[in-house]
Design a protein around this ligand. Structure first.
Ligand code: ZN
Length: 399
């Protein structure tokens, strides 16, 4: 990485240099705790350090070569002042809007470091740690206030309809129009982990699918996705999130499987996901497409299969089928007929493992401190475990 240097080469240059000299718009190397390396960073904001003396500041930095979810508040000691660039760059309004004021949330057993800013109500603007009710996602700025709230909180199960159950895992389908407050709170929470530009949008026109895992004392919300209602031509997941403590355990892939099943039930095709989703979500989608397409191909007996056949069987958009098979090297160009043929040869397919863990490397920040050291991996999605189904369009028509 060009802008990184080993921490071993760090020089003790910050002594003697006043912290007032570092201003928003400055570019200089900053040491990241996670990898111990210096990375070129831009100062976005500066504020007084809580409990610090006069001239003690902390600085919000954006690491130029890393995803924005790694932006953080740092102390002066982390800078290599020798690397300070002479010019000051303008700080754009969207950079300022992206400054995380809430640094951490407490949600049941977890203490989770936030990744992005969220447009939470103004009264919480100065709050660095939010205490979130695991039942209704209401947030409070102190543990005692949350305790008081939980005594009165009426919600004990997610609202809406339970549409899937497998052991201690359940998925609820929740209409944003009838459970607006619950879904608004969920969106505020989710935004802390999703890089979404602009406002959160209306919850009334969306359906939410919330995955929870029960234990003896209650349950944890683990992951969710939402989709816009009344889009008949294609089924597009608008947001999908697995909370950081549960990531890399298959929950995202599970929800993508559910989304494809819901698309089949609604008799629409999954829309192409393109760039609307985060890098983490896209990596989940790719894993899911690989797995499902390989499984269909390996089980296929008989004549040739086309890209459209595969799309019909799996509800995966034809463009995504093509891209996945290309990447797996399972497409052959038929020049004469100017189209791609899908390779169904058993020997070629045997080279691929359905559960291959080979995925792109994504940069996960240090995200969480949890009280439990182990969580079960998510079971595979199984369409036979769907319970009930309410078609959102039918509900709307009945109103
Ligand atoms: Zn509550």
């Amino acid at each position: 990485m060009e802008s990184s240097t080993s921490s071993k080469t760090r020089t003790k240059t910050h002594k003697g240099k006043p912290s007032e000299d570092i201003l928003p718009g400055n570019l200089l190397n900053c040491r990241r705790i996670k990898d111990g390396n210096f990375h070129l960073a831009k100062i976005i904001q500066k504020r007084n350090l809580i409990g610090g003396g006069v001239g003690d500041f902390e600085y919000y930095v954006n690491y130029i070569d890393l995803n924005r979810r790694n932006d953080e508040w740092v102390k002066f000691e982390r800078f290599d002042l020798k690397s300070l660039k002479p010019d000051i760059e303008p700080v754009e309004p969207e950079e300022l809007a992206g400054v995380r004021t809430v640094e951490c949330i407490e949600l049941r057993r977890h203490e989770i470091k936030t990744w992005y800013s969220s447009p939470i109500p103004l009264e919480f603007e100065d709050c660095r740690r939010l205490h979130v009710c695991e039942f209704c996602f209401t947030f409070k700025n102190s543990r005692s206030q949350l305790k008081k709230h939980k005594k009165d909180c009426q919600i004990r199960d997610p609202p809406g309809h339970e549409i899937y159950r497998d052991g201690n895992l359940s998925v609820f389908q929740i209409d944003g129009a009838t459970n607006t407050e619950y879904c608004d709170n969920l969106c505020y929470l989710a935004k802390m982990f999703l890089d979404i530009k602009g406002n959160l949008g209306r919850t009334e026109n969306k359906m939410f699918y919330v995955l929870i895992v029960h234990d003896d004392l209650g349950y944890d919300m683990v992951a969710y996705f939402s989709k816009v209602k009344l889009v008949m031509e294609s089924y597009n997941v608008s947001r999908i999130l697995t909370l950081p403590p549960y990531q890399r355990r298959g929950y995202g892939t599970f929800l993508i499987g559910l989304a494809h099943e819901v698309a089949k039930w609604e008799k629409v095709k999954m829309g192409g996901v393109k760039s609307q989703l985060s890098d983490l979500a896209l990596s989940c989608y790719r894993k899911y497409w690989n797995r499902v397409l390989l499984r269909v191909l390996k089980q296929h007996k008989g004549g040739p299969l086309s890209i459209l056949d595969l799309s019909e069987k799996t509800a995966i958009h034809p463009e995504d089928v093509t891209a996945t098979l290309k990447q797996l090297n399972l497409l052959e160009l038929d020049r004469e007929n100017r189209r791609y043929n899908v390779i169904t040869d058993a020997a070629r397919l045997a080279r691929h493992d359905i559960y291959s863990t080979e995925t792109e490397i994504v940069d996960f920040p240090d995200y969480t401190k949890n009280l439990d050291s182990y969580f079960d991996p998510c079971p595979d999605f199984d369409a036979a475990k769907m319970i009930t189904w309410l078609h959102p369009q039918t509900e709307e028509e009945e109103d």
